[in-house]
Write a protein that binds this ligand. Structure first.
Ligand SMILES: [Mg+2]
Length: 169
């Protein structure tokens, strides 16, 4: 259940960080990782982040439990391969995503904002899991309930959730 790395957001997952951990690709969540929940626009920081990885040649794959229509629209706009309704945390979806990039699960960073979908599934699949701070507080009720459990497991109310995360101040 533990992420290998906790980051403030995607911007902190630079090409250099990937190299430092021997990673060759990224499997990416959408809601509250890439965009705010239900939104289609990227923040300038995330757009810059994406541009940096394009320049570095990092292969990226979008893996989301969101409906296929939403996932397809974002994937088309960003010109990235994607799988919607991916049924995370099922590990098969992470393996499929890694395979689509021509990589083994251990060679990809599985990045997301939720412990019970992104981190749990990514860990079982053998990916290098990266937990990012959710972009916004707006979430489905179902997710909000899972957040309560996340807090319990991570041992601290709110973010920073997790002991490997350096204090912000
Ligand atoms: Mg998410």
């Amino acid at each position: 259940m533990r992420p290998k790395l906790c980051l403030e957001g995607l911007s902190a997952l630079t090409p250099e960080v990937l190299v430092a951990h021997g990673l060759l690709g990224i499997v990416l969540d959408i809601d509250n990782t890439l965009t705010a929940h239900g939104q289609y626009t990227l923040s300038p920081q995330v757009a810059d982040w994406l541009a940096r990885h394009r320049q570095a040649g990092t292969p990226l794959f979008i893996l989301s439990n969101a409906p296929p229509g939403r996932v397809r629209r974002i994937a088309q706009e960003l010109q990235l391969p994607a799988l919607g309704l991916s049924r995370k945390p099922l590990p098969a979806s992470f393996r499929r995503a890694a395979q689509a990039l021509g990589l083994g699960p251990e060679q990809v960073a599985a990045v997301g904002d939720q412990l019970f979908t992104d981190v749990l599934g990514g860990n079982v699949a053998g990916c290098f899991t990266v937990l990012v701070r959710p972009i916004s507080r707006r979430e489905r009720l179902h997710t909000r309930l899972l957040r309560l459990l996340e807090r319990y497991i991570l041992g601290e109310p709110g973010w920073p959730h997790y002991p490997v995360m350096p204090p912000r101040e």
